[in-house]
Design a binder for this molecule. Structure first.
Ligand code: PLP
Length: 390
């Protein structure tokens, strides 16, 4: 999908064709199906001789607008929109893999994606190997004749580690693997993995894309050939995004750049504050100079994102006291919301992982993840400061 305008403009001006009412803002097409002129129109539509909507499980003007926008933002050829981020992750893998195939993935991935690889795919004899984010030179050794997909998230959740996309893109090319990136933490505004060789990019639209904690959504965009396989799998199996949620999301994307700029500005200020705090053992934020992959982050991202990770001194007990003392910030599982959120990954989102897997991905008992919102930064810092003091 060729871009006519700059990112911010495409985010606003990519719109479904106007109806006969000449509305300015795209209406909500809350319809399960679409009608045909006559028998021939119906036959030709089902035979895919016409590019038109038939049934909202296959496609709908609202989801098409959302998909077209994300394609322009990511520099992708085509996409498909899902009811949740996990529906996108599952359906994309399931569409591309056969029994016996093998996935190579970063060990640092979203908790449910971990469970998908560890608990669900073995049912269909789909195996995986994990690589450590600081051992990209060992990925070559993990490749077998059955390996089909190379998968990564960057920045990672919840540890905000950064993985070199350029290096991964070259490894995927060398071994002829499909390179898939979950770009949810960065959003298409901060990072476009296709530039670094990704074949497909997945997002949970639930996070920064919606940005106000209202809807669940997911999307996969990338090469037209691969997206077609994902589309064919999904129109049969039915994980499609609802028109209402697509409509909400397409509106949200109009303000993505403004919101994400502010999230990043607030997050960097909070990270700077925490770095000097005596009760904090360490702070991780991609655009802090002390971040181990700061140089890579600068190369592949426009700014550091909305998530800051840090460790409260004193282990689990101190961590619990910190959470109980928080007054304004929300204790919730979401991220990328206008409201700042604090979570304790070890006891919540990543509690299903074994202690060994948690330690291997850097999730210590006292680790806190903050999704920095759009409130005034002074109020965000003040709440965290009083909680650390208690
Ligand atoms: C939240 C999240 C998902 C899953 O998205 P849902 O919309 O909750 O299903 C996948 N990957 C990452 C990195 C996420 O943060």
């Amino acid at each position: 999908m060729a871009n006519q305008h700059k990112f911010e403009t495409e985010a606003i001006r990519t719109q479904t064709e106007r109806s006969q009412f000449l509305e300015h803002s795209t209406p909500l097409y809350l319809t399960s199906s679409f009608v045909f002129e006559d028998a021939e129109d119906m036959r030709a539509s089902f035979a895919e001789e016409k590019d038109r909507d038939i049934y909202s499980r296959y496609g709908n003007p609202n989801s098409t607008e959302f998909i077209n926008k994300v394609c322009k933002m990511e520099g992708a050829e085509n996409g498909f929109a899902f009811a949740s981020g996990m529906a996108a992750v599952f359906s994309t893998f399931a569409a591309l893999l056969n029994s016996g195939d093998h996935i190579i993935s970063s060990r640092n991935i979203f908790g449910s994606t971990h469970s998908l690889f560890d608990q669900v795919f073995p049912k269909w004899n789909i195996d995986h190997s994990y690589f450590q984010i600081d051992e990209l030179d060992k990925i070559d050794e993990l490749v077998t004749s059955k390996t089909k997909i190379l998968y990564a998230e960057t920045p990672t959740n919840p540890g905000v580690d950064v993985i070199d996309l350029d290096v991964l893109g070259k490894i995927a090319k060398k071994h002829n693997l499909i390179f898939i990136v979950d770009n949810c933490f960065a959003s298409p505004y901060l990072q476009q993995p296709i530039k670094f060789g990704a074949d497909l990019v997945i997002h949970s639209g639930t996070k920064l894309m919606d940005g106000q904690g209202r809807v669940l959504a997911g999307i996969t965009v990338g090469s037209a050939e691969l997206v077609d396989k994902v589309y064919r799998f999904s129109r049969i199996t039915g994980p499609s995004l609802s028109p209402f949620n697509a409509w909400v999301l397409s509106k949200s994307l109009e303000t993505l750049s403004l919101r994400v700029d502010k999230h990043c500005e607030n997050a960097l200020k909070l990270a700077d504050f925490l770095e000097g705090h005596p009760k904090v053992n360490w702070v991780k934020y991609p655009f802090l100079k002390s971040h181990p992959q700061y140089e890579i982050a600068k190369r592949q991202m426009k700014a550091g994102g909305c998530v800051v990770a840090f460790e409260v001194d004193g282990g689990v007990a101190a961590g619990r006291r910190f959470f109980d003392a928080i007054k304004m910030l929300s204790l919730s599982a979401n991220l990328g919301d206008a409201r700042s959120i604090v979570t304790h990954p070890a006891s919540t989102t990543h509690s299903k992982l074994s202690t060994k897997d948690r330690m291997a991905t850097g999730i210590t008992d006292g680790m806190v993840r903050v999704s920095v919102g759009l409130e005034h930064i002074d109020d965000i810092i003040a709440d965290i400061e009083q909680a650390l003091a208690s």
